[in-house]
Ligand binder design. Structure first.
Ligand SMILES: Cc1cc2nc3c(=O)[nH]c(=O)nc-3n(C[C@H](O)[C@H](O)[C@H](O)COP(=O)(O)O)c2cc1C
Length: 226
């Protein structure tokens, strides 16, 4: 059905459709991701733009369940630390103030402080670790472009992904991951991307209204001359 609709669309509409259909997927079917699909994701990443065409990125494809579990554990612990610190500082109330239902708020609070946000990584069939050369100025921008290409290509390939910063947010965790994966000292770990066949269809998360984001000729000017 979706394929039929896609066939009728022109290229612009198809690309936008793929972009809009991307969601962060955190629940996966247990099936492995076929090799040719992994290659497709890496090929998309390889064609991302980078400052001075430095291409500082490297991708480590991980299917070993022991390593995946270890990365998920690190991510869960990191979330627990971060959200507990936020809670202690009284920031969680502010973050959740729009949620009126006290039961729902409590549930989210427990999920955050219990380290259950990013620990889903443990159950992903595949993780791609994105790391890159520290000596390249534009490293975070370059790698972000490559990561987004992976996420978008995954949608077209029928896969789900999630960009997960948690396991490398803290430099001590990053060091653990570098050691586990034998990543050289002169490389920085940017992120983990979980990949698999989706076992959930989350609703789109809200986006800010277009008019709040776009200005013409100067910041804050909403009308265009054309
Ligand atoms: C830089 C970055 C870091 C993120 N880190 C995490 C993370 O550590 N854990 C997680 O579960 N999701 C993470 N996400 C996913 C976001 O929560 C998600 O993209 C956002 O809520 C919007 O939802 P959507 O991706 O479904 O549109 C991250 C996304 C980005 C771009």
């Amino acid at each position: 059905m979706r394929q039929k609709r896609m066939n009728k669309m022109n290229l612009e509409q198809q690309v936008l459709e793929v972009i809009k259909n991307r969601r962060s997927i955190r629940r996966y079917k247990p099936h492995p991701v076929p090799r040719e699909k992994i290659e497709l994701l890496i090929e998309a990443a390889r064609w991302a733009p980078s400052g001075e065409n430095a291409q500082p990125w490297r991708f480590i494809v991980i299917e070993d369940s022991g390593k995946i579990k270890a990365i998920g554990k690190i991510a869960g612990m990191a979330d627990r630390r971060q959200f507990s610190a936020e809670f202690a500082a009284g920031e969680t109330e502010e973050r959740l103030k729009k949620i009126r239902d006290p039961k729902k708020r409590q549930k989210i609070m427990e999920k955050l402080t219990g380290g259950h946000v990013s620990s889903f990584l443990e159950n992903a069939p595949l993780i791609i670790i994105v790391c890159g050369r520290k000596d390249v100025w534009d490293l975070p921008y370059d790698c972000s472009a490559a990561i987004e290409n992976i996420l978008i290509m995954a949608v077209a390939a029928g896969l789900g992904t999630c960009w997960v910063e948690s396991p490398v947010m803290d430099v001590r965790d990053e060091e653990k991951i570098k050691e586990m994966l034998q990543i050289p000292k002169n490389f920085k770990v940017l992120t983990a991307i979980s990949v698999g066949y989706p076992d959930e269809s989350p609703k789109p998360r809200p986006r800010l209204p277009r008019d709040d984001l776009v200005f013409y000729e100067s910041f804050g000017r909403r009308e265009t001359n054309v």
